[in-house]
Design a protein around this ligand. Structure first.
Ligand SMILES: *Cc1c(COP(=O)(O)O)cnc(C)c1O
Length: 396
């Protein structure tokens, strides 16, 4: 049996490779941070991590994790409702709710699970889920697991959303689902307009703040802060795996009855392990830090503004961004790969994206700015971009 299947896999893998879509992994041999070492021995500056606040190697979080490791052990060996809940997990859930101005929170092993487990327990075939076309894969998968009627509007297109809402009036309940920040462009969802339409057409709203939490809004509280909608959005999902330390863990936070129902019925919560105590403890320390100081958010915002301004000055075409994601538009797929490779030779680690990850002829290099970057890191990246950009005829 396996021989046939094996040759099928070999052929398919070869096709992926020949299409230039084979994903190779670069191996890092240092902690995740702005300046990293890769296994070729090269030191590079990292501009492609979701480490927006530079917390992946933060000493305060490491210390909190070590302390919990000593005091609370390594793992929980249980799902939450059997014997996988420590006070640390409850504390972290509370702190997440305080951070977002919501009523309650439920933790998951990852945001992929939070999104995978949020729709099916809440909505049935009588209901409607209205989803932005560029929503994250985990939202798409979560929606697939639910029998609700599906509607889709093109990215941030409010006319299309309104049309979907009109069509969905026959359904019992309606929920509009959107990413807070769309990861390929860095644009923030128009949450103010979405909320307005939701009010007008009697719908609820769910925002996935994975790329926006810690980043968007003056204090990094996400798109609800940016649009003055704190406490007004029914469901927020997010990750501890990006700005918030980058380890592991996801959550759904929002109205308390919704969270209570998820604790009863959400399958990735009921049938998957609890996050380790050290991760919960570091998460608590991280939210304490967020409550104490806005230093990292301020630095991230200043870094992003500086980088975008300097890159534009150099002549690069940067997509309008309200996040820490800067899409340097090159349009040509091959050029995006060439440029990323040459930048790596210059010690700048960035990734070029092209179709089908982004639309055809919309190839780009995605730069992710961090509070972990110092001014000299940014200057080095800008200089390298300028040098290679001229070499490849991207800028004059
Ligand atoms: C990264 C991401 C996720 C997945 O988060 P994990 O915690 O890594 O599973 C979900 N949604 C969005 C929008 C993301 O960007």
């Amino acid at each position: 049996m396996y021989t046939d299947f094996q040759s099928y896999l070999q052929t398919t893998l070869k096709e992926i490779e020949e299409a230039g879509l084979y994903k190779n992994e670069r191996v890092i041999v240092s902690p995740q941070r702005a300046a990293i070492k890769v296994n070729t021995g090269k030191d590079v500056l990292n501009f492609c991590a979701n480490n927006y606040l530079g917390l992946s190697d933060n000493q305060e979080l490491i210390d909190a994790a070590k302390k919990a490791l000593d005091e609370r052990g390594f793992g929980m060996s249980s799902v939450r409702f059997i014997c996988g809940t420590q006070d640390l997990h409850k504390e972290l859930e509370q702190k997440i709710a305080e951070f977002f101005g919501t009523e309650d929170t439920i933790l998951y092993a990852a945001c992929f699970d939070a999104n995978g487990g949020v729709f099916e327990p809440l909505f049935t075939e009588e209901d409607a889920i209205i989803s932005d076309a560029l929503n994250h894969a985990s939202i798409i998968d979560g929606v697939r697991l639910c029998k609700a009627k599906r509607y889709r509007y093109s990215n941030a297109n409010m006319e299309e959303l309104e049309e979907c809402l009109k069509q969905a009036q026959a359904q019992r309940y309606r929920v509009i689902v959107t990413d807070g920040v769309f990861s390929m462009d860095g644009n923030v969802c128009p949450l103010d307009k979405i909320h307005e339409l939701a009010e007008k057409y009697n719908a609820m709203v769910m925002v996935d703040e994975s790329h926006s939490a810690g980043v968007v809004g003056q204090t990094g509280r996400g798109t609800t802060e940016l649009h003055n909608l704190r406490g007004k959005i029914e469901i927020i999902t997010g990750t501890l795996g990006k700005a918030f330390g980058g380890a592991i863990g996801g959550f759904t936070t929002g109205k308390k009855e919704i969270i209570a129902m998820l604790r009863q019925r959400s399958r990735p919560y009921l049938f998957s392990n609890s996050i380790p105590p050290m991760v919960a403890a570091a998460g608590c320390a991280m939210f304490d830090m967020m409550a104490r100081t806005n230093e990292l958010q301020d630095k991230l915002h200043a870094n992003t503004e500086y980088f975008v301004a300097k890159m534009k000055e150099a002549g690069f075409d940067i997509k309008p961004t309200q996040s820490a994601i800067c899409a340097v538009m090159l349009y040509d797929a091959k050029l995006s790969q060439q440029m990323a490779e040459k930048l790596l030779d210059e010690g700048i680690y960035v990734v070029g994206f092209y179709y089908p990850v982004v639309p055809k002829d919309q190839a780009r290099i995605r730069v992710q700015i961090s509070a972990g970057h110092e001014r000299e890191h940014l200057d080095k990246a800008i200089a390298a971009f300028t040098k290679i950009g001229k070499e490849l005829g991207v800028i004059k």
